[in-house]
Write a protein that binds this ligand. Structure first.
Ligand code: PLP
Length: 403
């Protein structure tokens, strides 16, 4: 067996199952889960139709690079969304959801034979795939904490110089899961300067980019690069996905875009890994990337939901409307002494509402777990269900201001 497999951590939902084992929730309440961040708004019918119409493609092996029409669907969207000129021949690739690509990218760019040994930097809290990708690529991990005092911006300054010197890959998640924070241009400028100095690749995970609550759409990594005169996107790969934008998490469809030299090597890796996108999925994806009206409608549904639920929870938790994403990242009352797992378990037992303990989404690093004392709530169910969950959380928190 690959000994690196033993380094993988249990997934947060596995830990949640263990936390809730043996707990019998009060049967007076129907179960409501705000735990898993899986979109639940309906899939637009035109995407399903395009998938069915594409079924003829099942008779042939798809190309790993995707055909030109698919790649032009990506670059067309990048142009409309970010006013970017991206070459469909050399700067984009289809991926089967951003998750596999986030993982595979680390296997492509990390050189574990290099001395000093490689480091992959992840935000903290973070999407756990970054960690597994780094560990299986043979790298060490470094967790850079997000700072609640600066809208959960990642504290890049906290990374020691000797860690930067070993860094080969940095994951950025903007809009962030779980914080919902969008990384501003000045932070990108700082990170690009560090990348130029140390030579690391930036993987910009942007799968929540279309679910936002401010007037201005979230800044993309490639957009930031272009604004800063880095039109070749050197050492930068952005990863995006239809899962949340178009409510098709089961389609497994996304794309990567950026530095042509990395894209070329990534294509080589993917050819051997066998991760070509099915032609039927490609047909549905072309339809989805080409339409914005369903995206606007989807965003409106989230805006309505967050406008109702956030003020209710603000009364009892340390929470506010995020920049983007479909999560609320809330501090529990101080009386719980930071024990987010105990809060989640008691809430589940008494009100049958599932939330994810924040400490499960972060790692202890430099003496602190930045998820401690927080919970993540995924507002993916419909507005009445999320409102009912919020009502119960308010009740619970008022009755239990402390453990
Ligand atoms: C931050 C983040 N990145 C990537 C993904 C993967 O999404 P997909 O593989 O469906 O594109 C998720 C899914 O929950 C996520 O939260």
């Amino acid at each position: 067996m690959n000994p690196l497999l033993a380094k993988l951590q249990p997934y947060p939902f596995e830990r949640l199952r263990q936390l809730f084992a043996g707990v019998q929730p009060d049967p007076a309440h129907t179960p409501i889960s705000l735990g898993i961040g899986e979109p639940r708004h309906p899939t637009p019918p035109f995407i399903k139709d395009a998938l069915v119409e594409g079924l003829g493609a099942l008779a042939i092996y798809p190309a790993t690079a995707g055909d030109l029409k698919l790649r032009q669907a990506f670059t067309g969207w990048l142009k409309r969304r970010y006013a970017l000129e991206v070459d469909p021949a050399t700067q984009v690739l289809p991926v089967n959801g951003s998750r596999e690509a986030l993982f595979a990218l680390a296997q492509t760019v990390v050189d574990a034979t290099r001395s000093p040994s490689p480091v992959v930097i992840s935000p903290n809290p973070f999407y756990q795939i970054y960690e597994g990708a780094a560990l299986l690529a043979g790298a060490d991990t470094w967790y850079a904490p997000s700072d609640p005092a600066r809208n959960f911006a990642v504290d890049w300054d906290s990374v020691p110089a000797e860690v930067w010197a070993r860094t080969q890959l940095v994951y950025v998640c903007s809009p962030g899961n779980p914080t919902g924070a969008v990384m501003p241009l000045a932070e990108w400028e700082k990170l690009f300067a560090l990348s130029d100095r140390h030579g690391f690749v930036i993987a910009s995970d942007e799968c929540y980019s279309e679910i936002y609550f401010r007037d201005e759409p979230p800044l993309g990594g490639l957009e930031a690069a272009a604004k800063l005169g880095r039109g070749d996107f050197r050492n930068l790969i952005a990863l995006t996905s239809l899962s949340k934008r178009s409510n098709v998490p089961g389609l497994r469809s996304g794309f990567v875009a950026g530095d042509a030299a990395i894209v070329r090597q990534f294509l080589l890796y993917r050819t051997y890994h066998g991760s070509a996108m099915s032609g039927a999925v490609a047909a549905a994806s072309i339809a989805a990337w080409g339409d914005e009206s369903h995206v606007v409608d989807n965003r409106m549904q989230y805006r309505t939901k967050f406008a109702v639920v956030t003020p209710m929870l603000e009364a009892v938790l340390d929470v506010r409307l995020p920049d983007a994403s479909f999560y609320l990242w809330a501090g529990i009352p101080p009386g719980w002494n930071g024990d987010d797992a105990a809060f989640a378990r008691a809430l589940y037992a008494q009100y049958n509402v599932t939330v994810l303990p924040g400490s499960y989404l972060a790692r202890e690093s430099q003496g602190a777990n930045p998820g401690r004392g927080r919970i993540r709530m995924a507002l993916v169910a419909d507005t009445p269900e999320c409102t009912e969950a919020a009502r119960r959380i308010v009740d619970f928190t008022r009755r239990h201001p402390g453990a």
